[in-house]
Ligand binder design. Structure first.
Ligand code: PLP
Length: 448
């Protein structure tokens, strides 16, 4: 008999019983029990004690292959010797200063040397903050006030952008080719919602109509080449080229959010698309595990900061330790390291997809094929995900949850929302084990 969600939850909570207890305890002092909403994993979080290489160790003493890697941050895995050493060397010299440091410069120079569209970089503590920076630069540069973004695109939790990343599956969200802006959270004022225009992924005609109609108001468009937190959708290269041409023609800054997709290539995913955005958002992996965000772009876009027309300031922006760890992480992430990660990803994708096809299981691994992959249980065999709304119609979320709960009990920690993030610390054997465990769980889910 196929696995039922209630049974799966019960067995998960029994296996991670200490975490269940800790979650209840944490709820007394932290709303919901976790500072990060996304730590909720089925019925409760899994509390971690430590991480080593490709694995995490839970407070129950369980060893799990980490296929979450802090939502793509830990591209080298945990406790990487070079990052640990760099931090240990930096620590005795002081943690925090009101002065600049060479580490910040080194990280900026590395990013400028790798990413073709990036001549200068402004750091912050998170990609959300860097999105605010980018929007402010775009508004000052163009003299326009509105922001456009794609339905299903996540660019952090700030009011202007926490809109239609996870829109409701009902008429509030409007027609698919003219989506309405809907706040992702209570507490976001309507004027913010009205100021953000929502576009449909991979539909150039629909986008062009909206963009042209609001061309005099739109300062910038935020875009990911492969969206992440709102669901994995890969943009078609012709669509991307069309958006680039439109934004150039209409004096709209194209802000490419590479917070996750920087994983795709040594030179960023923009290199794969031969795309030169105006501004690029970076974060997650470029801090080597510590909090960071960055905006990069051509020097001319930063003149508004240099002339003090635009003010951006944060106590911990460009934090010393984050730039130490980030610079070391990028040093380790040479071209061969990106190739290795991409080959592991492609192996997972090819092996599991051909196996699912052979057995006629509506299960797939999808995405552009870099080290951040999607997995989905769909309602039929022919499903293809090309827009955010395909998740509403095609994807079976209960099965995704069952899969993630069952995989945790087999020693794998996948992202419950249908996403997998690899690390360089993973061996071929780790990947083989993951593929086999997935086959067992998926077969059990589809068994009569
Ligand atoms: C594409 C993208 N942009 C921005 C953000 C916000 O990053 P942060 O959580 O560092 O503020 C995220 C976080 O998941 C993201 O995936």
């Amino acid at each position: 008999m196929s696995i039922q969600l209630d049974d799966s939850i019960e067995r998960f909570s029994a296996r991670f019983s200490k975490s269940k207890k800790e979650t209840e305890n944490a709820k007394r002092s932290i709303p919901g029990g976790f500072s990060r909403k996304t730590f909720n994993y089925g019925p409760h979080g899994i509390f971690v004690e430590r991480g080593e290489g490709a694995y995490i160790y839970t407070i129950e003493g369980e060893k799990l292959l980490d296929l979450n890697n802090n939502f793509t941050v830990n591209i080298l895995g945990h406790n990487h010797p070079e990052i640990t050493k760099a931090l240990q060397e930096a620590l005795p010299n002081g943690i925090s200063f009101g002065n600049p440091s060479n580490h910040e410069v080194k990280l900026a120079e590395t990013l400028c040397s790798r990413i073709a569209s990036v001549e200068k970089v402004k750091f912050s503590c998170s990609a959300s903050e860097s999105c605010i920076t980018a929007a402010r630069i775009a508004r000052a540069h163009t003299g326009k006030a509105k922001i456009a973004k794609f339905e299903g695109g996540y660019h952090g939790f700030i009011d202007d952008l926490a809109i239609s990343a996870h829109p409701p599956h009902d008429k509030l969200s409007g027609q698919s080719d003219a989506p309405q802006s809907v706040a992702d959270s209570g507490g976001i004022p309507q004027y913010k919602v009205d100021n953000t225009i929502i576009l449909k992924q991979n539909d150039l005609d629909a986008c062009e109509k909206i963009i042209r109609a609001h061309a005099n108001e739109i300062a910038c468009i935020f875009m990911e080449l492969q969206s992440g937190a709102g669901g994995i959708v890969v943009l078609d290269p012709d669509f991307v080229a069309g958006i680039r041409a439109l934004t150039k023609e209409l004096n709209i800054l194209l802000i490419l959010d590479e917070t996750i997709t920087l994983r795709a290539h040594y030179r960023g995913m923009q290199h794969v698309y031969d795309l030169l955005p105006d501004l690029t958002i970076m974060g997650k992996m470029i801090g080597g595990g510590l909090p960071i965000g960055a905006v990069g772009g051509q020097a001319k876009f930063f003149e508004v900061l240099e002339s003090d027309t635009v003010q951006i300031s944060g106590t911990h922006h460009g934090h010393l330790l984050a730039t130490v760890a980030g610079a070391k992480c990028l040093e380790v992430m040479n071209e061969a390291a990106f190739d290795r990660l991409n080959s592991l990803s492609n192996r997972i994708k090819e092996d599991l997809n051909s196996w699912a096809k052979l057995h006629s299981y509506p299960f797939m691994i999808y995405g552009a094929g870099f080290s951040f992959l999607g997995y989905a249980f769909t309602h039929d065999l022919e499903s293809e995900i090309t827009t955010h709304r395909d998740f509403w119609n095609l994807v079976d979320n209960d099965k995704i949850l069952i899969y993630s709960l069952e995989m945790a009990q087999k020693g794998y920690f996948p992202v419950h929302r249908g996403q997998l993030s690899l690390s360089l610390a993973m061996t071929d054997e780790d990947i083989d084990g993951f593929i086999e465990a997935t086959k067992e769980v998926v077969s059990a889910i589809f068994s009569e």
